[in-house]
Design a protein around this ligand. Sequence first.
Ligand code: 5GP
Length: 235
Amino acid sequence: MNESLLNALNNYAPSEESLEIAHNNPSLNLAGPTGAGKDTLAGYLAQIGNFSTVVSDTTRASRPGEVNGVDYHYITEEQAFENVTSGKYIEAEPVHQKYMYGTGIEAYERVAQAGRTPILVIDVKGMETLMRAIPNFETVLLLPPDFDTWQQRLDGRNAIPLEEKVRRLTTALDEIVKPVENPRFHPVVNTEVVDTAQVIISEEYKSAEYRERALRVAADLIERTKAFLSEHPAA
Ligand code: 5GP
């Protein structure tokens, strides 16, 4: 990513107006490591309930099967720079110092104005930014049910080279370790999408018993991921 975009992102502060829109139209927020099933869950919630995912902007290229305007709005670094400097985002982050990802105010408002609850599927850093800016902002931290099922899901997508897998798991570990310490992240174990959707809609995940169980799953995922990474140092 070019330096001026990176600088603009590092100094980005959303406008009061955009935060007010987000505050007045609370979103359902989904964070969690890669392969936890966030997008599938968001799609299912949009099918069965009054939810719509807010389509983010990104400067990364589309992957095979992705559709512009559905998965992301794919934009150039020049467009991203213009949007960032003119305050078009509720939050915007550089991911891996490489690509910009941002939640557009317009995209958010479109969902809210249609009378639907916006779903945000964004990374932990983006969620933390919103937590600092918006009172009572909380998020679901979606977790795979266990390490082996998670690895099967990740491997199943396509054969991933070991080096790439180590890179993804290193990032994934960060997306679990930090948020489990923060009470505004609510761990939810994604067993089956239908059951998980019920746990979310009923807000069962907010109970102390549920949290305790989910944190045990998180602790096991962290332990197994660390073990995997120490067996494959800098692959
Ligand atoms: P991917 O490129 O694999 O679709 O997504 C990479 C990461 O960017 C994921 O963790 C995803 O949740 C995050 N992401 C997607 N959209 C946004 C956004 O608008 N803002 C932020 N901060 N992160 C996002």
